[in-house]
Design a protein around this ligand. Structure first.
Ligand SMILES: Cc1cc2nc3c(=O)[nH]c(=O)nc-3n(C[C@H](O)[C@H](O)[C@H](O)COP(=O)(O)OP(=O)(O)OC[C@H]3O[C@@H](n4cnc5c(N)ncnc54)[C@H](O)[C@@H]3O)c2cc1C
Ligand SMILES: *[C@@H]1O[C@H](CO)[C@@H](O)[C@H](O)[C@H]1NC(C)=O
Ligand SMILES: *[C@@H]1O[C@H](CO)[C@@H](O)[C@H](O)[C@H]1NC(C)=O
Ligand SMILES: *[C@@H]1O[C@H](CO)[C@@H](O)[C@H](O)[C@H]1NC(C)=O
Ligand SMILES: *[C@@H]1O[C@H](CO)[C@@H](O)[C@H](O)[C@H]1NC(C)=O
Length: 549
C-alpha cells in the first residue's frame, strides 16, 4: 500500500471512529431556537441558553459535568445541542421544543451518573443542563428548605450550616453530587441508620411534565410525587426543585477510621461485624472499605489517623487485603466508645482513634479533605476525580461464612484492582415499609455493597480489564447476596443488569432491571409512567416503560 493511500485509510478510519457528533442541520438549530422563543415570553434571553456544536464554548459546557472520563473520549457520542435554562420556564420551553423536533432529551444535574446516561446516548439527543438552577433557600423556623435540582449536595450542606449549626440533611457523602439525580434516585449517606434516605424527608417538589406543565405536589398528585422519590426523575419529567425537611444534628459528632489487614485478623472482625452492623445504635454508621494492598505500601491519606502497624513478620511486598472501618457517630466520643465496647469490642476502638468534630466538618472528613479546610470548599463544583471507573451494587441479607470471606479476599488479591464498600443498614431503614417510596431495599438488609474499580490507564483494553474485575467479584458473590431479584441501587447505575433498546422500551425489557432496582414497586412505577407520559417522551437506557395504549 502506498503511503498516501494508507494515510487516506487512516483519515477515513479517523472519520468513522471520531465523527461522534450527531448531524443536526443548522435549520434544526434555527427551528429549535425559534421554537424556544415562541414558547417563552422573554424572547431575548432564549438564544443565550442554547449551545450548538459550532459554538466555541460547546465542548467546555459539555465537559464541565462529565464526571467519569470513560464518557469523555473522542468517540463518545456528543449531543446535538446543550440547553442551559436560566429560569424554570426555560425548562418548559425546552421540553415542548424537543418534542416538536422529535429529539431525545437528556436531563443533567450534577452529571455523576455512573454510566453517563445523563449526557451520552446512542440516538441523537439534546442535553438539558440544570447547573444554573441551583438556589437553596433554608427556612430554619419551619426546619425546611427548597433546593433546586442543579444544586450540589455540598451547596445544600453549606447553606444549611450557614443558617444553623444543629440542622443537617441525610444525603450522600459526595459534595459535588447533584440534587436532581441523587434525590430522585433515593439518596443515602452516613445518617441513614438514624434518619433513613433523602427521599424519606421530601415534603414537596416542583416538576415539569411531558406536556410542559409545571406541577407541585398538590397538582401532580400523590402517585407522581411518590414516583419521583426514588424511582428516578428522568422517567417522569424534569424535577425543578425539592422541598425537604431538615433533621437535627448534635453540636458534636464523632468520626473515626480504623484499618485492619488480613494479618490483623480482619476475617474474624469482619465476620463478627455482620451480626452487629444493622443492629447497633442508630446513631452509629460504619462503612467498610475493602481493598487489595501490599504490606510495604504506605497507607493512603485516607487513613490519616492511624496507629503504627505492629510488625507482622510477613515478607515485605506481600499482597493482602485491607479493610478500613469509617464511622460517623451522632454523639461524643465517650458515648461512642461505650457503644463499641459493649457491642463490638472486636474492633478494639480506642479514644485515640476518635475525632470529635462538628457535623459540617464531618462532611469534609468524609469527603477526604484535610483537617482545617474551610467549609467554603463545599461550594466548589469541580470534581476531583480524574479516574476512569466502574461501579456495581448488591444487597446482603445473611452473613457471609468465614470460608466465603476467605475466598473473597483471595479473589480481591488476585484481581489486584477492584474493591468493595459495605454500608451498614438497619435502624430507621428497617422501620420504613418497602412500598412507602419506590426504593425497596429496607428491612432485612445487613449491608448494601458497592463494587468499584478506578483506573488511570487510557484505552479500551484497560477499560475492559478493570470492568471485568468488578464483574468477577460480583459473580463470586452470587451465592451470598439477595436473590429473585438480585437487588441493585438505582443511584449506583449499572447497565450490566439490563437495558432497554431506545424507543422500544417494552415492559418485559424494563422489568429485568426494574425489579432489581424497585422490586414490587416496579409495577406501580409503570402505572404512574403510563398515566403521566404515555408516549414515553422521558426515556433513557434504564427508564420505566409505559404500558402500550
Ligand atoms: C463521588 C460520588 C459519591 C457518591 N456518594 C453517594 C452517596 O453517598 N449516596 C448515594 O446515594 N449516592 C452516591 N453517589 C451516587 C449518586 O447519588 C448518583 O450518581 C446520582 O444519580 C447523581 O446525581 P447527579 O445529579 O449528580 O447526576 P446526573 O448524571 O446529572 O443524573 C443522574 C440521573 O438522574 C437524572 N436526572 C438528573 N437531574 C434530573 C432532574 N432535575 N430531573 C429529572 N431527572 C434528573 C439523569 O437524567 C440521570 O438519569 C455518589 C456518586 C459519586 C460520583
Ligand atoms: C452555528 O451557529 C450559527 C450562529 O452562530 C447558527 O446560525 C447555525 O445554525 C449554527 N449551526 C449549527 C449546526 O448549530
Ligand atoms: C455560544 O452560546 C452561548 C449560549 O447560547 C451564547 O451566549 C454565545 O454568544 C455563543 N458563542 C458563540 C461564539 O456563538
Ligand atoms: C490474631 O488471632 C490470633 C489467634 O486468635 C492471635 O494469637 C493474634 O494475637 C491475633 N492478632 C492480632 C493482631 O490481633
Ligand atoms: C482538627 O485538628 C484539631 C486541632 O488539632 C483537632 O482538635 C480536631 O479534632 C481535628 N478535627 C478533625 C476532623 O480531624
Amino acid at each position: 500500500m502506498s503511503s498516501s493511500s494508507s494515510k487516506m485509510l487512516l483519515l477515513l478510519l479517523f472519520f468513522f471512529t471520531f465523527n461522534s457528533y450527531y448531524s443536526f442541520a443548522s435549520s434544526d438549530y434555527d427551528t429549535f431556537v425559534q421554537c424556544l422563543s415562541s414558547n417563552h415570553n422573554t424572547k431575548n434571553q432564549i438564544p443565550n441558553i442554547v449551545y450548538g456544536p459550532n459554538n466555541s464554548s460547546f465542548t467546555s459546557v459539555l465537559q464541565d459535568y462529565i464526571r467519569n472520563p470513560r464518557f469523555n473520549t473522542p468517540a463518545t457520542r456528543k449531543p446535538s445541542l446543550i440547553v442551559t435554562p436560566l429560569q424554570e420556564s426555560h425548562v418548559q420551553a425546552a421540553i415542548l421544543c424537543s418534542k416538536k423536533i422529535g429529539i431525545e432529551l437528556k436531563i443533567r444535574s450534577g452529571g455523576h451518573d455512573y454510566e453517563g446516561i445523563s449526557y451520552v446516548s446512542e440516538v441523537p439527543f439534546i442535553i438539558l443542563d440544570m447547573f444554573n438552577l441551583r438556589s437553596v433557600s433554608v427556612d430554619i423556623k419551619s426546619e425546611t428548605a427548597w433546593v433546586q435540582s442543579g444544586a450540589t449536595l455540598g451547596e445544600l450542606y453549606y447553606n444549611i450550616w450557614q443558617n444553623s449549626k444543629v440542622h443537617g440533611f441525610p444525603a450522600g457523602v459526595g459534595p459535588t453530587v447533584g440534587v436532581g439525580g441523587h434525590i430522585s434516585g433515593g439518596g443515602y449517606g452516613n445518617m441513614l441508620r438514624k434518619f433513613g434516605l433523602s427521599v424519606d424527608h421530601v415534603i414537596d417538589a416542583r416538576i415539569v411534565d411531558a406536556n410542559g406543565r409545571m406541577l407541585d405536589r398538590k397538582s401532580m398528585g400523590e402517585d407522581l410525587f411518590w414516583a419521583i422519590k426514588g424511582g428516578g426523575g428522568a422517567s417522569f419529567g424534569v424535577v425543578l426543585a425539592y422541598k425537604i425537611q431538615l433533621v437535627p444534628v448534635p453540636p458534636v459528632v464523632t468520626v473515626f477510621r480504623v484499618a485492619k489487614t488480613l494479618e490483623e485478623n480482619v476475617t474474624d472482625i469482619f465476620y463478627r461485624w455482620q451480626f452487629v452492623a444493622n443492629k447497633i445504635d442508630d446513631n452509629l454508621f460504619i462503612r467498610l472499605l475493602v481493598q487489595p494492598t501490599s504490606l510495604t505500601k504506605k497507607k493512603p491519606n485516607l487513613d490519616m489517623k492511624k496507629k503504627k502497624k505492629p510488625n507482622s513478620g510477613k515478607a515485605p511486598g506481600q499482597k493482602t487485603v485491607r479493610v478500613t472501618f469509617i464511622a460517623q457517630y451522632l454523639g461524643n466520643a465517650n458515648e461512642l466508645l461505650s457503644v463499641m465496647k459493649s457491642q463490638f469490642p472486636e474492633l478494639g476502638l480506642t479514644q485515640q482513634d476518635c475525632i470529635e468534630t462538628s457535623w459540617i466538618q464531618s462532611v469534609l472528613y468524609w469527603a477526604n479533605y484535610n483537617n482545617g479546610t474551610s467549609e467554603k470548599v463545599l461550594l466548589d463544583r469541580k470534581s476531583d476525580s480524574e479516574n476512569f471507573f466502574k461501579r456495581k451494587s448488591d444487597y446482603l441479607k445473611t452473613p457471609i461464612p468465614k470460608d466465603g470471606l476467605e475466598g473473597l479476599w483471595k479473589n480481591i488479591i488476585e484481581l489486584g484492582k477492584a474493591g468493595m464498600v459495605f454500608n451498614a443498614y438497619g435502624g430507621q431503614m428497617s422501620r420504613i415499609g418497602e412500598s412507602e417510596t419506590p426504593f425497596p431495599h429496607r428491612n432485612g438488609n445487613i449491608f448494601k455493597i458497592q463494587y468499584f474499580a478506578n483506573w488511570k490507564e487510557q484505552g479500551a483494553e484497560a477499560e475492559k480489564k478493570y470492568i471485568e474485575q468488578t464483574r468477577t467479584l460480583y459473580s463470586y458473590m452470587t451465592p451470598y447476596v439477595s436473590k429473585n431479584p438480585r437487588e441493585s441501587y438505582l443511584n449506583y447505575r449499572d447497565l450490566d443488569i439490563g437495558t432497554t433498546s431506545n424507543g422500544k422500551n417494552t415492559y418485559d425489557e424494563g422489568k429485568v432491571y426494574g425489579e432489581k432496582y424497585f422490586k414490587g414497586n416496579f409495577d406501580r412505577l409503570v402505572k404512574v409512567k403510563t398515566a403521566v407520559d404515555p408516549d414515553n417522551f422521558f426515556r433513557n437506557e434504564q427508564s420505566i416503560p409505559p404500558l402500550l395504549h
